[in-house]
Structures are given as structure tokens and as C-alpha cells.
Write a protein that binds this ligand. Structure first.
Ligand SMILES: [Zn+2]
Length: 654
């Protein structure tokens, strides 16, 4: 069995060919000492970077011209002696120097060019996987597996490169693919990419079946049969939105997952940018609280200079998190809600994918802010163990999925459908047993929602704007209408004479906005995309209220815990771990998220609905200090008198 790394460090090392003195200052002993002092057990280091420069003694590739020794080999050997595993990084889709020297290895884009877009964007020149580059790449792999045998491989930028070069055109013609059709060329490029990755994976597995193997650039499901672990990679503001989604999703794919957070202030290549310890702790802690493991992204200095503050940062943060090491081994998430998303949400190449992803981002933010326990799943996954299935804004379904959801409902589950959630793929027919009829896209632009006062007393007693266009639903008599649609007095838009910008609410148009029935609740508009973009607090409150109607008794109820705080529950054999995070992230400028030093929260009330189970003790995981608790009927109650930053509370059973 492969022992999976726990505390990693990932080194970018893209070094311009003109860079002098590569590796000249490098002290491998000092480097290992820094890694050991942070208890790092795994690194990824480039054997060949995206510029096509190799850092080992290659006969096939191009070793960096100013590097005078086998840098990768030296690092690998030193890691081996220190008991630190080391994976080789190779860039699959980019290899600039090799592309410069072999124009016939490059992708010829459908417009006939080999360079595309901004020259300062690394992706302007890409390799063709059907050209002789493929054999060349595999020959470098062979050198590495034969002569170095690293512990694993990280393959980066396995991009889809639509190409009309001679090899690609010939094969498309042979296969009867319309090479003049942009979409067909793209799909062939996808096939070529997948086939090349499969070849790479086969070669590695043949050399070492236990090698750690990950492909960056394929979605997690696209590499289901290729690699044996996953890495989530994001930087800057993107982490804030994508980490919650990937953290709750990747764990459903039956592979260990590393959460890679960069040490930078902005993004990769930000040599002089460093994030705060609070930010690193927050994002890594969030991953750990969701059963991921850690790795920190860094950029190795070309000369080999060791940036002390970077290692100090990693050591400080890992030191804090390693207090809870014992809680993470084989831990599983405890969840009640499943956010059901179409799989294409993770495929960035389509516009639909983007809308579905935005819905997912918004939903994950909402569920985090409501402190609900959830997973993100796709229709091919098992959802029988959840109590509420949330069909997000864009989650149209096929008849097979509808049948499985019906079975889920028959077994006592509930659904919460939003926007197009639950409708058929090719029509606006509702496929789930909900007493509603969909009349197509809502005619109102904008639509307003009027919520019955008794449903959610906190919701404003006025028509409130629904900022995105939704669907038009009518309720059947057996259903309860909890909220109605109010049409505008004037439709937004240009009418030939006036730009109708002022569109006040008028009166009901007969459409229902929120419909409740025995099987669940339907919300007519894309609630989650709107929340992602507009974050209206009243919709957070309304959603919380509606979900409470579906699941009156949650496993975890937490009070006096602001919405910027995070909590999750994980399970290990006879223990539950309550992860509590009191950090306050903010985004003062478009590209960064700052995390303020954590303040102190007091008087947090926690209730756990444990059925008949009673714990033997409840204690802080780091100090072992016990907490008093009470058992009432089916609940365990306790109060946390002080919380600062990230803490784990353990609830132990017999
Ligand atoms: Zn090609």
C-alpha cells in the first residue's frame, strides 16, 4: 500500500534560459534541514520546467545552460537519506525552449499560427501531443524512471491544444472527423490529450506501480483511472471560492487529496510576495478540517538561495496545525446535505460549465456560512446516505438520475431544487415528484420575490429583487406556496424609444417563487449564482429557514458563531472532531484575500444531535483539557467560552 504524504512542499522552478548561476548558491544540507524542521515529508521538485529546461543529467532534453551539476539528482538523493519523499515535476503541455528549437513539435492552432495570444502569458506556445514531442517526452520519462526512480510524478499543464498540424490533420481525416469544425477539432484535441496522459501513466505504472501520480489540468474525474492521488491548486482570490467546493467534492473520489496553498501574496512567480501566517493557516486548516492534507507552493530561487522567511512561515503554520496531527489520520467527514452538480461544472471549457461552477461556488459559500455539513457530488455518485439533496441552479437531470432520486425520496430524503434543478435535460419537464409545472424561462426582468411573513420573519416585508433570470413555475393545488413572484411594472431593456432602466415591482403574475411539498422545496430562481455575485444577507437567512423546514434536527447546531466562521465535523473510529475556525478573510483588492489575525469569540453554544449516544468525554484535541457538557434527551450541549483561530474539539465515545 502506498503511504500517502501528509505535510508537503511544492517547488515551482521555471527558470529563464538566460538566467545565470543556476544552482550556484544551493546548500542541499541547509535545504533538508529547513524541510525537516517543518516536519515536511514530501516535496515536488522540477525535473523539467515549463520553459523546457531540465535540472538533471539528461541526454534527451536540454539541461539549463548555467546549471553545472545534477540539481534534481542531488535533491532527490538528499531527500531519500532524510526520509522525505520526492516527486519529479514535468510540464506536459508547455516546453518553451524545446518548442523554440523544434517548431514541428508545436501545436498549430486552427488559424494556422503556432503562437497564440499574449506572449507574456506562458500558454501562448503549446506542444502537440501527436507530434514527435510525445516520444521525446516519454524518452525523458524513461531516463527519470530508469536512472533516478523518484517517489512520484507531478505532471502539470496537461492542457487541451486544438491543432491542425500535419499529424493531427491526418488522423482526423482517417477518423472521419470534420477538421474544419472548431468543436470537432477541440474534441479530437481532448482525445489526443487524454490518450497521451494514459500513455504517460502506463509508462510510470510499469516502472513503479507505487509511484505517486497526479495530472494537473485534467479534471479530477477525467483522471479517475490515471493517477492515485489528487492535488487542489489555487492562489489569490480564487482560493476563497474554489477551495470550499473542491474540499467538499474531492474527498468523494476515493483518493487522498493534497490542498496546495501558495506562500505568495498574489500568484505563482511572485518571488517577492509572501502571504501572512494567518492566511496560510486559515486555508490549510480549512482543508484539514475537510479531510484534505497540506502542501505549500513555493518558487525555488534559481541560484538556490534559501528564503528563510518562507521556511519560517511554513514551519510556524505547520507547527500550529501539527498539534492536531492525530485527528487527521483516516478521518471521514460527517455530512447531511449533498450539493448535486452536473459534472461539467468542473470543465472550464464550456460556458454552461462556468454557470454551473458559479452556482457551486455560491452554494458552498452559503452552506459554509450557514454552518451546515455538506458534500459536493455529481449524479454518478451515491446519495443514499444524505438527508437532503440540493439540486443546484443548473442541475438538470437524466431519467436514470431522476429514478434514483425518487428512490431517495421514498426512503425519507428531501430535495431542495433551485432554478433549473430537477428539470429534464432536453425540455422544461420536471422529472422529480414535485407538484409543480415549469412554463419555461421566467418572463420577468427583473423578478421580485414576496415571502409570506410567517415563513421567514427576518425577510424584508417588501418585494425583494431576484438579480438573475429564473424559471417560471406554477404550483399544483396540493403544494404550499411560501413565496410568490412579483412582476416589474416595466420590463428592463430598450423598447425602441426608451431605455427602461427604472423597473419598480408591480404585482403577482401567478408564478410561485418558493413551493413546498412532501418531497421538498423548490426555489424558482438561481439562488446560488445570485448569492455568489450579490451576497444578499436576507437570502442567506431565507435559505437557512427553508432548509430547516426540510431538516428540523441537524446533527450540528451552533449559535453565537458569526457567518465568517467555519465549522466541520469529522469522524475517526470512536471519536468525533469538531473543527472550529474563527478567522476573518477579506478581499480588499480584486486579486488578493487577506486574513486578519484572529480575534477571540466567546460564549459559543454547540448542540450535537447524537440520537442515543453519549460521549465519555469532550476535550480540546491539542491540550486534552476537558469541557463540561450536558445530555438532554437526544442532544449533547456544551459551551465554548473562548475560541481564537483554528481549534479542534474531540468528542470521544466508548
Ligand atoms: Zn498536432
Amino acid at each position: 500500500m502506498i503511504q500517502f504524504p501528509q505535510w508537503g512542499c511544492f517547488f515551482d522552478f521555471h527558470t529563464m534560459p538566460s538566467c545565470p548561476q543556476v544552482g550556484e548558491n544551493f546548500d542541499v544540507g541547509q535545504f533538508i534541514k529547513e524541510l525537516k524542521s517543518a516536519n515536511i515529508d514530501f516535496i515536488v521538485f522540477p525535473a523539467r520546467c515549463n520553459l523546457g529546461m531540465a535540472y538533471y543529467n539528461t541526454r534527451k532534453g536540454i539541461r539549463h545552460p548555467s546549471l553545472e551539476y545534477d540539481l534534481f539528482g542531488r535533491i532527490l538523493e538528499a531527500c531519500r537519506q532524510a526520509g522525505i519523499r520526492c516527486s519529479a515535476y514535468l510540464n506536459v503541455g508547455l516546453s518553451h525552449e524545446e518548442g523554440l528549437r523544434h517548431r514541428d513539435w508545436l501545436t498549430t492552432w486552427p488559424d494556422g499560427s503556432t503562437y497564440k495570444g499574449d506572449r507574456m502569458n506562458n500558454f501562448f506556445r503549446r506542444m502537440c501531443y501527436n507530434s514527435p514531442y510525445a516520444d521525446h517526452f516519454c524518452s525523458m520519462l524513461q531516463e527519470l524512471t530508469d536512472e533516478y526512480a523518484p517517489d512520484g510524478f507531478f505532471f502539470d499543464c496537461a492542457t487541451i491544444n486544438p491543432c491542425i498540424g500535419s499529424e493531427c490533420i491526418r488522423e482526423m481525416k482517417e477518423r472521419g472527423i470534420d477538421w474544419q469544425n472548431e468543436k470537432a477539432v477541440f474534441e479530437f484535441a481532448r482525445l489526443s490529450r487524454d490518450r497521451f496522459c494514459q500513455r504517460i501513466a502506463n509508462q510510470i505504472k510499469q516502472a513503479n506501480p507505487n509511484a505517486l501520480l497526479y495530472f494537473n489540468g485534467l479534471t479530477f474525474q477525467q483522471q479517475a483511472d490515471l493517477g492515485n492521488y489528487l492535488e487542489f491548486e489555487a492562489l489569490g482570490r480564487a482560493i476563497y471560492e474554489s477551495l470550499p467546493v473542491k474540499a467538499h467534492y474531492a474527498r468523494k473520489l476515493n483518493k487522498p487529496v493534497l490542498n496546495m496553498i501558495g506562500r505568495f501574496h498574489k500568484s505563482w512567480a511572485d518571488f517577492g510576495g509572501i502571504c501572512s501566517a494567518d492566511a496560510l493557516e486559515y486555508f490549510l486548516g480549512y482543508g484539514l478540517a475537510n479531510t484534505m492534507r497540506c502542501t505549500v507552493g513555493d518558487h525555488f530561487h534559481p541560484r538556490g538561495d534559501i528564503q528563510k522567511p518562507v521556511f519560517d512561515l511554513i514551519r510556524t503554520v505547520y507547527g500550529k496545525l501539527q498539534r492536531f496531527s492525530d485527528c487527521y489520520q483516516d478521518a471521514e467527514a460527517v455530512t447531511e446535505f449533498a450539493l448535486l452538480t452536473p459534472e461539467y461544472a468542473f470543465d472550464y471549457s464550456t460556458l454552461d460549465g462556468q454557470k454551473a461552477l458559479f452556482a457551486l461556488w455560491g452554494a458552498a459559500q452559503m452552506f459554509d456560512q450557514m454552518h451546515l455539513l455538506y458534500d459536493v457530488i455529481t449524479p454518478n455518485m451515491d446519495f443514499s446516505a444524505y438527508r437532503v439533496l440540493v439540486l443546484l441552479d443548473e442541475t438538470r437531470i437524466d431519467p436514470q438520475t431522476a429514478e434514483r432520486i425518487k428512490e431517495f425520496l421514498q426512503n425519507g430524503g428531501k430535495v431542495f431544487c433551485c432554478g433549473q434543478g430537477g428539470l429534464a435535460l432536453g425540455s422544461d419537464q420536471m422529472l422529480l415528484p414535485l407538484p409543480v409545472q415549469c412554463l419555461g424561462t421566467s418572463p420577468c426582468n427583473p423578478a421580485y420575490i414576496s415571502v409570506k411573513a410567517e415563513v421567514c420573519p427576518e425577510f424584508p416585508e417588501m418585494p425583494v429583487t431576484l438579480y438573475h433570470q429564473g424559471m417560471s413555475y406554477r404550483a399544483q393545488p396540493s403544494a404550499d406556496i411560501l413565496a410568490s413572484i412579483i412582476k416589474p411594472m416595466v420590463e428592463y431593456g430598450w423598447d425602441g424609444e426608451h431605455g427602461n432602466y427604472y423597473t419598480p415591482p408591480d404585482k403577482e403574475n401567478g408564478d410561485a417563487a418558493v413551493i413546498e411539498s412532501d418531497n421538498g422545496i423548490l426555489f424558482s430562481h438561481p439562488l446560488f449564482q445570485t448569492y455568489r455575485e450579490c451576497s444578499q444577507p436576507c437570502f442567506l437567512q431565507l435559505t437557512k429557514t427553508l432548509l430547516k423546514r426540510l431538516l428540523p434536527e441537524s446533527i450540528l447546531e451552533i449559535r453565537n458563531f458569526p457567518r465568517y466562521c467555519r465549522t466541520t465535523l469529522t469522524r475517526q473510529k470512536n471519536r468525533l472532531h469538531l473543527h472550529l475556525m474563527n478567522f476573518h478573510p477579506e478581499s480588499p483588492s480584486p486579486s488578493v484575500v487577506l486574513v486578519e489575525p484572529p480575534g477571540v469569540l466567546t460564549g459559543i453554544e454547540v448542540r450535537l444531535n447524537m440520537q442515543d449516544k453519549a460521549p465519555t468525554r469532550i476535550y480540546w484535541a491539542d491540550t486534552g483539557k476537558e469541557l463540561p457538557w450536558q445530555k438532554t434527551d437526544r442532544q449533547i450541549q456544551f459551551e465554548i467560552d473562548r475560541l481564537q483561530g483554528y481549534q479542534v474539539l474531540t468528542i470521544e465515545f466508548v
